[in-house]
Design a protein around this ligand. Structure first.
Ligand SMILES: Nc1ncnc2c1ncn2[C@@H]1O[C@H](COP(=O)(O)OP(=O)(O)OP(=O)(O)O)[C@@H](O)[C@H]1O
Ligand SMILES: [Mg+2]
Length: 222
């Protein structure tokens, strides 16, 4: 379904070029729940951003359902992201001008669903996450863990084919982490979603099918 070949990513930092990913290969071979670990700065977010078509790598191939996607227009990449990819960002990236309910409903509205239907689905997810009482509140007034759960709901609501989660439980306690993982893992069963999760949390890694470590710009199965 998804295949990355010889992906390299370099950045200019001041006067020097740093090579974060170096001829990295990755493929999803029927496995649904995939972990990525590695120390801070090793390239986990970079890897997820490339998977999510948010960043274009310096070189390599990105093959999704048999199509090489790196040369697609920005518009087509945006369409693919909107329809198929759910992204939980490391820093949540909620929209401050909208309330919780609207934030979660947003991806469905972008995909053409009516606000009524999007609202119903948002409320169902909010209730599963124990946040129904926050539905009309602006994200800035929520705690870090509450904001993180809203960002998770926003990524899950469209039942994405590919879910990219960048430290999705970094601000959550044990019970909420486990609840969020229940929701993510159930998507694999009900929707065939492939989830790729960057995390430092051992409890999460234990529940995944396979885990890779980023080392010297490559993925090593652990
Ligand atoms: N746009 C950019 N421009 C320059 N350098 C960048 C850019 N994005 C990432 N980097 C550098 O790439 C390296 C990897 O960053 P990345 O955010 O992928 O690490 P990470 O493994 O997600 O770390 P953390 O666990 O702290 O989130 C870092 O050294 C970072 O400074
Ligand atoms: Mg990161």
């Amino acid at each position: 379904m998804l295949n990355l070949k010889n992906i390299s990513q370099s950045y200019l930092q001041g006067d020097s070029i740093i090579n974060v990913l170096s001829k990295l290969n990755f493929s999803v071979n029927g496995v649904k729940n995939i972990g990525v670990i590695g120390p801070s700065g090793s390239g986990k977010s970079t890897f997820l951003n490339i998977l999510g078509m948010i960043e274009t790598p310096t070189s390599g191939e990105y093959i999704l359902k048999g199509n090489n996607c790196l040369n697609l227009s920005q518009n087509l990449k945006t369409e693919i992201r909107k329809k198929f990819i759910g992204y939980i960002f490391q820093n949540n990236q909620l929209l401050e001008d909208f309330n919780v309910l609207e934030n979660i409903a947003f991806p469905l509205i972008l995909n053409g669903e009516s606000f009524g239907d999007a609202k119903k689905k948002s409320l169902t997810l909010l209730s599963k996450l124990g946040l129904t009482n926050k539905k009309f509140i602006k994200p800035g007034l929520l705690s870090g863990g509450e904001q993180q759960r809203i960002a998770i709901a926003r990524a899950l609501i469209k039942n994405p084919i590919l879910l990219l989660a960048d430290e999705p439980t970094g601000s959550l306690d044990k019970n909420n982490s486990s609840l969020v993982m229940d929701l993510i893992l159930s998507l694999a069963k009900t929707n065939n979603t492939v989830s790729i999760i960057a995390t430092h949390n051992l409890e999460i890694i234990k529940r995944l099918d396979i885990c890779y470590k980023i080392e010297k710009g490559k993925l090593i199965e652990i």
